[in-house]
Design a protein around this ligand. Structure first.
Ligand code: G6P
Length: 514
């Protein structure tokens, strides 16, 4: 997979995994992925039906895996034309233009979407896992429908999974499904889950409504993986504190409970580094940038932020640091533009409406305060841009400001690094993102420490060229070595090892782990 057109692949030993490795890792058994979001949705465009690609990190990351391995991907069919294109089993071939696997759609009623998705998933588990206890809202119906929707997804798993297959649940929408599935699928079917968001400390998690049931549900997995070691440790501590009869072995990362063993581990998710570098160097990326720069009359130096508009992303905090930066450094007025590409998210939830309004107010405040006829300090746009355009935006931005207050990994930070084919950008990164554990040559910030954040922007903008390049080269190596293929191989090979060892009582060898 690694090609050396950008030079980034030179040292990529872990990044040298290929799709053949993934397919081999699966062996004879099949793969069934379960996620809330689907990778492709069908929507009406007048009388025609259009295909939309979901650009979120989880779906964008798993689609190439499924294309390489094949199998079935079970997800919520949320497109208004989704039902038009499925067969009698609610399945459609994906990707639509070049089928490589089966997409099985689950239909959710409005009440199910309200209670399971907007409710328990995004107003209980999301805030709890991001340590935002004050944002938790719980209603009985949230919990009840979370359970019944988990059951409905498991019913679909029963339709598709055969003995020896690997069922791979994704994320916090399915905390109950593994234990339900364990009762219903063949013993030889391996159940695993990747938790894409943080896992909080026990002192936070103990505030989680139905927390014990959540933990027990997850212990239905044979393998449970988080992005970084501290989330794994937090999870094990929560199990130890809350689940009677569970025996936790911190050294091997195993939990014995209810006659079974769950291996708990950490595999940091990566991005398709080589593909992003290629896109960044493409003509389309360059054309986008020329047009974009002219349209918005950008200053000579550009900082970028790309975010889902979520309260966990630290966007108002970033705007405050920028405001203080321009206040302290008047010579940078007219010389630096901050470009914010935000995508609207979960807007039915009050907290998300509020954060969008706060971000808009912040942008207006900074622009009113410092903007001139020739210069807009903050250019904020919501448009979807192509992957090539995005890579062009990253490549040509002198710095990236990635400042989540809490974030499982943050793949945008890695994408920015992967696109630095000229080795000359600076990554300013929150130490509250999982990516902070991986990308040790970034300029680290605490997003809510406005003074220190402002200092970090100053440091990034004035960093000597040699240091800037050395840091970026190091970061690119890290992102390439820990790319998406490496992450996939870690997950699937660990699953295979457990499947092969099942019955022997063996646990996963932690050797060679990041
Ligand atoms: C995070 C979650 C994903 C989710 C994505 C987009 O990255 O870990 O599971 O798909 O956000 O959020 P949405 O609610 O639009 O699916």
């Amino acid at each position: 997979m690694s090609n050396n057109t950008t030079g980034a692949g030179d040292d990529a030993d872990r990044g040298g995994e290929s799709s053949t490795d993934w397919a081999e890792a699966i062996g004879d058994g099949g793969l069934v992925v379960v996620s809330n979001r689907q990778p492709y949705s069908h929507t009406y465009d007048g009388d025609d039906i259009a295909v939309e690609v979901h650009a979120g990190g989880l779906t964008a990351g798993l689609d190439p895996v499924m294309q390489a391995v094949g199998g079935t991907w079970i997800a919520w069919g949320d497109g208004d034309a989704d039902r038009e294109v499925v067969d009698e089993n609610d399945c459609v071939a994906a990707p639509p233009e070049d089928p490589g696997y089966t997409l099985r759609r689950i239909w959710l009623s409005d009440e199910e979407v309200d209670d399971y998705y907007y409710g328990f998933s995004n107003q209980v588990l999301w805030p709890i896992c991001h340590s935002a206890l004050t944002r938790v809202n719980e209603w009985q119906s949230y919990w009840e429908r979370y359970r019944t929707v988990n059951e409905r997804f498991v019913e679909a798993v029963e339709d598709h999974a055969e003995a020896g297959d690997i069922v791979w649940f994704q994320d916090y929408h399915f905390a109950l499904a593994p234990a339900i599935a364990r009762e219903r699928v063949d013993d030889e079917t391996l159940l695993m889950q990747f938790w894409h968001i943080p896992w909080p400390a026990w002192d936070t998690f103990r505030g989680c409504p139905h927390g014990e049931a959540i933990l027990e549900g997850l212990l239905g997995n044979d393998l449970l993986a988080f992005h970084v070691a501290r989330y794994r440790e937090n999870f094990l501590a929560c199990v130890e504190a809350a689940v009677d009869d569970a025996v936790v072995d911190h050294e091997t990362g195993t939990v014995s409970y209810d006659g079974r063993t769950t291996q708990v581990t950490e595999f940091p998710m990566g991005v398709q580094a080589d593909e992003i570098a290629e896109r960044a160097a493409s003509e389309e990326a360059a054309a986008f940038w020329d047009e974009f720069r002219a349209e918005y009359d950008l200053a000579d130096t550009v900082a970028v932020g790309v975010d889902r508009l979520d309260y966990s992303k630290g966007i108002p905090e970033r705007l405050r640091a920028l405001e203080q930066f321009w206040e302290r450094n008047p010579e940078w007025r007219g010389e630096l533009t901050y470009v914010e590409n935000g995508s609207e998210s979960r807007s039915q939830i009050r907290a998300y409406q509020d954060i969008q309004a706060r971000i808009e107010e912040g942008v207006e405040r900074v622009n009113d305060r410092f903007g001139t006829d020739d210069w807009t300090p903050v250019v904020s746009f919501r448009d979807y841009i192509s992957k090539e355009a995005l890579a062009g935006l990253y490549r040509n931005s002198d710095l990236a400001l990635i400042s989540p207050i809490r974030d499982g990994m943050n793949l945008v930070a890695q994408e920015y690094v992967a696109a630095q084919v000229d080795d000359d950008g600076v990554l300013v990164l929150s130490d509250q993102a999982g990516a902070g554990s991986l990308l040790d040559a970034a300029v680290m910030v605490k997003p809510q420490d406005t003074c220190a954040f402002t200092d970090a922007i100053e440091e990034a903008l004035t960093m000597p060229e040699a240091e800037r390049r050395a840091r970026m080269r190091h970061l690119r190596r890290q992102v390439t070595e820990n790319d998406l293929a490496a992450w996939t191989a870690l997950n699937l090979k660990a699953a295979m090892a457990l499947r092969d060892a099942s019955g022997s009582g063996a646990t996963l060898s932690m050797e060679g782990q990041p």
